[in-house]
Ligand binder design. Structure first.
Ligand code: NAD
Ligand code: MG
Length: 380
């Protein structure tokens, strides 16, 4: 039995990870952590019998304790609780399916405890990649990508020499507003932006996909996962989301991974790597597919992508500013406190105002996050 723990078990990636566990039947879930949905967490505890469950708020943790008093699962809370779930002695793989840079500390502690990481939580790598990647190498830990594009790249790298990579072709669906101009986006509300054409995901990443900030985060994520410069990563819009990303080698050969859009494939691949297992679901039918289309991304309208390239090129604490500004702006947009286009304006404003710190420590990253939040909150 493979032993895993999951941060963010009640979310989109978390629940799909548990589906993969259920369908395979040979993985033991030792720990689960979630934000506030204790009703679903209780169901998961009753089905998977983890030894440990973490809930972010202390109050909700107390409530959960009462509800599952008849089980053997211990309940913990807060950051200490998240970390406790991340470093459980027997865990082999930690699935980081939590959303946002709150994942940094638990991920670092898990790596120090020599857990392999199945990484969905891209915000952590974007802001602290310069700490996480060397630490993983030092501890002999594998960082296995769960993000579909990065899994596709990882799959396309199998059996090839890393040094022969010429560039990475990171595909994007273009999101619900592909083809729109800024003037078409003035009155966009959360409901419009939460409609993704091909993928069903958590709220934050769905908004990020609509602004293409998600693709920007993924460019920086690819830089850290595959040791390339951001300018070696070319974003290609592929509206059908059938090609999940590609690698172009120095001899001009291009390797790609294709499939129907289903996050269970990259999740299962990360959990069983290098083994490939049967996965039920639709298959690509080329006879009926018709055509695959390709476009250049519109980085004038969706300039969040352009700002991500700048943050990735300059590095230091700037990617933290890019990410933190986006995290808060998106949550304000979801609460209807700001307009859609203000998300990108806020990121731009925070990046311009920031004095970059080269090679920031964990404390400096968290201070930069707090300073970015203060700047945004003082606007209102
Ligand atoms: P989601 O909002 O559906 O789920 C987030 C999970 O994190 C929930 O279980 C929530 O309870 C938990 N959480 C949030 N704050 C917490 C806290 N303070 N303490 C403990 N738990 C907390 O998000 P998602 O769509 O599953 O995305 C998760 C991560 O995976 C994100 O980084 C996202 O960018 C990445 N990702 C998601 C997809 C997808 O298809 N959903 C694809 C690629 C990458
Ligand atoms: Mg992705």
């Amino acid at each position: 039995m493979k032993k895993i723990a999951i941060l963010g078990s009640t979310g989109s990636i978390g629940t799909q990870t548990l589906e993969v566990v259920r369908e395979n039947g040979d993985i033991e879930v030792l720990g689960l952590a979630a934000g506030s949905n204790i009703a679903l967490l209780e169901e998961q505890i009753r089905e998977f019998h983890p030894r440990l469950a973490a809930v972010w708020s202390e109050e909700k943790a107390k409530e959960l304790k009462g509800r599952i008093a008849d089980t053997d699962t211990k309940v913990v809370s807060g950051m200490d609780g998240l970390i406790e779930v991340s470093v459980m002695e027997e865990t082999e793989i930690l699935v980081t399916a939590i959303v946002g840079m709150i994942g940094i500390r638990p991920t670092i502690e898990a790596i120090k405890a020599e857990k392999d990481i199945a990484l969905a939580n891209k915000e952590t790598l974007v802001t602290a990649g310069h700490i996480i990647m060397p630490l993983a190498a030092e501890n002999g830990v594998s960082i296995l990508p769960v993000d579909s594009e990065h899994s596709a790249i990882f799959q396309s790298l199998q059996g090839n020499e890393h040094k022969a990579i010429h560039k990475i072709l990171l595909t994007a669906s273009g999101g619900p507003f592909r083809g729109k101009r800024q003037e078409d986006l003035l009155e966009i509300g959360p409901k419009d932006a939460l409609k993704h054409p091909n993928w069903s995901m958590g709220q934050k990443i769905t908004i990020d996909s609509s602004t293409m900030v998600n693709k920007g985060l993924e460019v920086i994520e690819a830089k850290w996962l595959f040791g390339v410069d951001v300018d070696q990563v070319q974003v290609v819009v592929q509206p059908q989301s059938i090609i999940h990303s590609m690698v172009e080698y120095v001899d001009g050969a291009i390797m790609a991974e294709l499939g129907t859009p289903d996050m269970k494939l990259p999740i299962q691949y990360a959990l069983y790597y290098p083994e490939r297992r049967y996965l039920p679901g639709d298959r690509v039918d080329f006879w009926n597919l018709g055509k695959l289309e390709f476009e250049k991304p519109d980085m004038d309208t969706f300039y969040g992508l352009q700002m991500a390239y700048e943050a990735g090129r300059r590095g230091g604490s700037l990617p933290t500013v890019f990410n933190a500004a986006n995290e808060l702006a998106v949550s304000q947009f979801l609460k209807r406190q700001i307009k859609y286009l203000e998300i990108m304006e806020i990121i731009d404003d925070c990046m311009r105002a920031h004095k970059n710190i080269e090679n920031p420590t964990l404390e400096q990253i968290l201070e930069t996050e707090a300073a970015t939040y203060d700047r945004i909150n003082s606007r209102r």
